[in-house]
Design a protein around this ligand. Structure first.
Ligand code: DGY
Length: 318
C-alpha cells in the first residue's frame, strides 16, 4: 500500500509531481487549525510543511511511529523542532539556494523603497494629496555609492551583495564565520557587528532565526547606527526587536526601514503601522512564480527521496 503524505497547505502543482506514487492529502490554502493538522497527520510517513506550521514534538507524535520525513518548503526551519525530529529519527529537509536571488530582489526592492520613500509617495498620490513637483518633496538618501552592511553572508546575503555592486556600494558584512572566498569574489569586507553598525548607511539582514540571533538588532544597536541609516529585514521577524525599531523610527534615531517579516506574523506592531518611514511587505521575499515552483519541487523531491530510502539533497543537520 502507498505510504501516506500530508501536504499542510496548497502548494504549486509542480511540487506534487514527485509525490504521485504516494497517497497524498493536501490541506487548504489557508493556515490549518492546529486540531485539523494533528488529525490530518495521523499515519503520515511524510509531511510537506510550510513555515506557518509548528512542527513540534506533539505534531510528530500525532503522526505516529511511521513518520520518516518533514520536508519544509522554506529555507528557514525555525518552525520545526529539530531536536524532537532527531529524537524520533525523522529527517528534516529545507529548500536552500533556490530562493536566494528572488529574496535578494525583495531585499533590494525594500532598501530602495525605504530610502526613496516610495510608500509615502504612493500614499500621497492615491489619496489625491499630490499637488505639484517640489524641490524638497520626499527627498531621501542616495543608495548608490553608500556603505551596505549585510548581516548574515550566506546565499541570500551574497546575492544582495551582487546587486549592491551594480549600485557602486561598498560591501561590508558580519557573519558567524568569515567567508573569505565570497569576500574576494564580491569585494566584500568583514567587520565585527559593532563596527558594522557604527559605520554603514544601509543594513540588510539575512541571518537564520536561532537563540543567538533573536533580537540581534534592538535598542542598543539602533543607538549605534547613524541617524541616516536604513534597515531592511527579509529574514525572520524576531531577529529585530520590533518595538525598539518602532521607537527608533518614530524618534528619528534611524531614517527608515523596509520589512518583509515580523515578530508575530501576520500581526505587525501597531506603532509601525502608524509610521510613514517604514515600508511593510507581507512576507513575500521568495514569492516569485518561478521560485515558489522550485521551492515546492525541492521539498517534494527530498520528501520522495527519504521515503524511497535515498539521501535527500537538503537535509537539515541540527
Ligand atoms: C523561507 O524560505 O524561509 C522564506 O521565509 C519563505 O520563502
Amino acid at each position: 500500500m502507498a505510504e501516506r503524505v500530508l501536504v499542510t497547505r496548497e502548494i504549486p502543482e509542480e511540487g506534487l509531481r514527485p509525490l504521485k506514487d504516494f497517497e497524498v492529502t493536501v490541506l487548504s490554502e489557508k493556515i490549518p487549525e492546529r486540531g485539523e493538522l494533528l488529525e490530518a497527520v495521523k499515519g503520515a510517513a511524510g509531511v510537506l510543511s510550510t513555515l506557518t506550521e509548528n512542527v513540534d514534538a506533539e505534531f510528530m507524535d500525532a503522526a505516529g511511529d511511521g513518520l520518516k520525513v518533514v520536508a519544509n518548503m522554506a529555507v528557514g526551519y525555525d518552525n520545526v523542532d529539530i531536536d524532537a525530529a532527531q529524537e524520533r529519527g525523522v529527517v528534516v529537509t529545507n529548500t536552500p539556494g533556490v530562493l536566494d536571488e528572488t529574496t535578494a530582489d525583495t531585499a533590494f526592492m525594500l532598501l530602495l523603497a525605504a530610502a526613496r520613500r516610495l510608500g509615502e509617495g504612493e500614499r500621497i498620490v492615491r489619496a489625491g494629496r499630490w499637488e505639484a513637483w517640489g524641490p524638497k518633496m520626499l527627498t531621501g538618501p542616495d543608495v548608490w555609492g553608500k556603505r551596505l552592511g549585510i548581516l548574515g553572508f550566506g546565499g541570500i546575503g551574497q546575492a544582495v551583495a551582487r546587486r549592491a555592486r551594480g549600485f557602486g556600494m561598498e560591501i561590508l558584512y558580519y557573519n558567524r564565520s568569515r567567508k573569505e572566498e565570497a569576500e574576494r569574489a564580491l569585494g566584500a569586507q568583514y567587520l565585527d557587528l559593532d563596527e558594522l553598525l557604527r559605520t554603514c548607511d544601509f543594513f540588510s539582514i539575512h541571518t537564520p532565526l536561532t537563540e543567538e540571533t533573536k533580537h540581534l538588532i534592538g535598542a542598543p544597536e539602533f543607538e549605534k547606527m547613524k541617524t541616516e541609516a536604513v534597515l531592511v529585514n527579509t529574514s525572520r521577524g524576531p531577529v529585530v526587536d520590533e518595538a525598539a525599531l518602532a521607537d527608533a523610527l518614530a524618534e528619528g534615531r534611524i531614517f527608515a526601514a523596509g520589512l518583509d517579516v515580523y515578530e508575530e506574523e501576520p500581526k505587525v506592531h501597531p506603532k509601525l503601522l502608524e509610521l510613514e518611514n517604514v515600508v511593510l511587505a507581507p512576507h513575500i521575499g521568495s514569492a516569485s512564480i518561478e521560485t515558489r515552483d522550485k521551492m515546492a519541487v525541492t521539498a517534494g523531491e527530498d520528501l520522495r527521496a527519504v521515503l524511497r530510502g535515498e539521501r535527500p539533497k537538503n537535509p537539515v543537520e541540527g
